[in-house]
Structures are given as structure tokens and as C-alpha cells.
Design a protein around this ligand. Structure first.
Ligand SMILES: O=C(O)CCC(=O)C(=O)O
Ligand SMILES: [Fe+2]
Length: 351
């Protein structure tokens, strides 16, 4: 079966087929429903404020969010023209993405079964060649920077996608400035060292479609994992499903209006020598409505070797991770079943 959406729509499913029954003994922990206010919130307008006190307070919050959670909601004031994402753009981006998944299967199939670095790739599960259990998830992955790519259908997608990707790169650039400062480094440190914001930086857009599931407790949208890259900026179509691991519990995320969900990725953990750890998260499914989430992963150029920053190895802790080319890390992650932080574990040095 090429997609879960097709499966759900082709037959009146009343139960989950056995190939989708997900058993995860390791993460079988109690799911706490924590209110949104316990999740760190970053007001983007304060981060870019000219008032040094407000900016500095926000940088402290940002640093704490990275240190304690690896996750925060970033509220972007929509009317800000320079760095905000206009509300319309977010809505349009969701609508166009939904329309893409609603295309006829033959229109989508031209992007199916392709390789990791093909510009546009569409499929189901994570790595359906090796996944023992299939995931209740279809995806569209597009390498949008340094070379911009877009499917030719739906017709309005390309324009909206280009603008959305530019705006999220701008947001990532500002967040990385704040994160650098929170580490006691120059504001431009991460952007310059990782060449993020350069004409070569890498940005991958991943759109996920989780169709309604007749037995949501038996299936999994995306299993516990951490993302590659420095930061992922995510939004959704108004239906919840993201959970992040915090202090041993799954915290269900109910985004504030106009907020992006931001998590630190494995390359942030490597670069900071383990100070800012990537967050483990997962996507659960529901029986009522299709859920769409759209994430952009922001990383260095593919040929960049990411290793711990010497400036962050001064506290007597030696180098805790091996360096690796970003490209090779992506290959490593894609060669296996998605599972917790198993890729990062390959690079950990025992110290
Ligand atoms: O759907 C979500 O909320 C999470 C998506 C995600 O974790 C991913 O695409 O890596
Ligand atoms: Fe993720």
C-alpha cells in the first residue's frame, strides 16, 4: 500500500490492520496532559526587540528552554512585517499542503520511492523498506534550500511554499542568534560556524499527514525520535498530536494561537557538546480528523562536518561526540527504523 490515506479511503476500516499495530515497550510511560502554560513560550517580538533588557530576558528564557526542554512554543506576532509570518501565509501553507495530499494518487506517485537526496519525495511510514511496523503517516519531503524545489501541483503550492520557507529560515536565524548568546557566545556564532543563513545552508521541509485512525491507541504516527539538524520549526492544521518527552513524561502539546513549535535537533546537541540536548518527541493519531503537520529542519550545508564547538568544551568535560558530515548523518538516520536517539548514540564518546 502506497499511502495510509489511500488505505483509509479505499476500504471502510473499522480496525487497524496488524502491520500497523505498534508496540513500544520502552516508551510505555504514563502520558501526562500538561497545560500549555508549563511549556516554555518565547515571544519572537521580544527576541528581536531593540530594548536590551527585554531581549536579554528573552534570551535567558530561550537558553532555559533549550537546557530544560529542548522545546518551546515561539509566538510570532503576525503583523510584524520584517520577521513575522503573516497569518494568511500559515493558513495558505496548511491549505496547499492538504490539497497536495488530496491529489489523485497517480499525481503523487511520481515522487514515490525516490532516494534521500531527491528533491521531492513522497511516501508512507518512515522507511517502509525496513520498518517492521508501519506508521500511520504519509509524508511529503522537499529539499527547499539551497535549491528550491516544489511539486507542480496544486498550482498555488510553489509560491506559498517558497515564501513560507524563507520566513521560517529568517525565524531560525534569529533563534540561533539568541541561542548563541544564551551559550555565552557571539550572537552570530552558530549562524557563522554552521553557515546557516548562507546561500548554502540546508533546509528540508517535511509535511506529515495522519489520517483518522479507527483505533488510535494501537497505531503510531511517528514513534519517539529526535530530529536531525539544529532546529525544527513546526506548525499544524489545528489538530493536536505532538507529544514531547520531558522529565520522563509525554507532554501533549496544544499550541498557542500563532505559535510555532520549535525543537532542538541532534546537531544542536553535537555542536553544544551535549549542553542543549535534542528533544525526543512523537506524533500520536486520533480517530476524528485528519491531522497535518509541517516542519522545517534547519541545518548547515550538507558537506559541513558538525562537531562540538571548542568554545563549549572548556568546563573540563572532554569532547562528548564525534564529528560527522551532516549529509552522512542524514544517510545514517534514513538507513534505519526511526528509533529514539539511536543515531546520535553512534557518535557519543565515553568520557
Ligand atoms: O507531527 C508532528 O507533530 C511531529 C512531526 C515530526 O516529529 C517530524 O516530522 O519529525
Ligand atoms: Fe520530529
Amino acid at each position: 500500500m502506497y499511502s495510509v490515506k489511500e488505505l483509509v479511503e479505499s476500504v471502510g476500516l473499522t480496525s487497524v490492520p496488524s502491520s500497523y499495530i505498534f508496540r513500544d515497550t520502552k516508551s510505555d510511560v504514563h502520558c501526562m496532559h500538561v497545560q500549555s502554560e508549563t511549556v516554555p513560550i518565547i515571544d519572537f517580538s521580544l527576541l528581536t526587540s531593540h530594548d536590551p533588557d527585554r531581549r536579554s530576558e528573552t534570551i535567558t528564557r530561550l537558553g532555559n528552554a533549550c537546557l530544560e526542554w529542548g522545546f518551546f512554543m515561539c509566538v510570532v506576532i503576525l503583523q510584524v512585517i520584517n520577521h513575522g509570518v503573516p497569518e494568511m501565509l500559515r493558513d495558505e501553507m496548511v491549505r496547499e499542503t492538504e490539497s497536495f495530499f488530496d491529489l489523485r494518487e497517480e499525481d503523487k506517485r511520481q515522487y514515490a520511492g525516490k532516494k534521500l537526496f531527491d528533491p521531492i519525495r513522497c511516501g508512507t511510514s518512515f522507511n517502509s523498506n525496513v520498518d517492521k511496523t508501519l506508521l500511520w503517516r504519509d509524508y511529503l519531503k522537499i529539499h527547499v534550500h539551497p535549491h528550491f524545489n516544489a511539486p507542480d501541483k496544486p498550482s498555488g503550492f510553489s509560491k506559498v511554499l517558497r515564501e513560507y520557507c524563507q520566513k521560517t529560515r529568517d525565524i531560525a536565524g534569529e533563534l540561533l542568534k539568541g541561542i548563541s548568546e544564551s551559550l555565552g557566545l557571539e550572537s552570530g556564532y552558530i549562524n557563522e560556524k554552521m553557515r546557516v543563513g548562507s546561500s548554502e545552508s540546508h533546509q528540508l521541509l517535511v509535511a506529515n499527514m495522519y489520517p483518522p485512525c479507527p483505533q488510535p491507541e494501537l497505531a503510531m504516527g511517528l514513534p519517539p525520535h529526535s530530529d536531525h539538524g539544529l532546529l525544527t520549526i513546526l506548525m499544524q492544521n489545528g489538530i493536536d498530536g505532538l507529544q514531547v518527552m520531558h522529565e520522563g513524561n509525554w507532554v501533549s502539546i496544544n499550541p498557542l494561537p500563532n505559535s510555532f513549535l520549535v525543537n532542538t535537533g541532534d546537531h544542536m546537541e553535537i555542536l553544544t557538546n551535549g549542553k542543549y540536548k535534542s528533544v525526543v518527541h512523537r506524533a500520536v493519531v486520533n480517530s476524528k480528523a485528519p491531522r497535518v503537520s509541517i516542519g522545517t529542519a534547519h541545518g548547515p550545508p550538507l558537506d559541513t562536518v558538525v562537531s562540538p564547538a571548542p568554545e563549549l568544551m572548556t568546563d573540563g568535560v572532554g569532547q562528548a561526540y564525534l564529528g560527522i558530515k551532516y549529509k552522512n548523518y542524514l544517510e545514517l538516520q534514513q538507513s534505519k527504523t526511526l528509533s529514539g536517539k539511536s543515531c546520535l548514540d553512534h557518535l557519543r564518546l565515553s568520557i
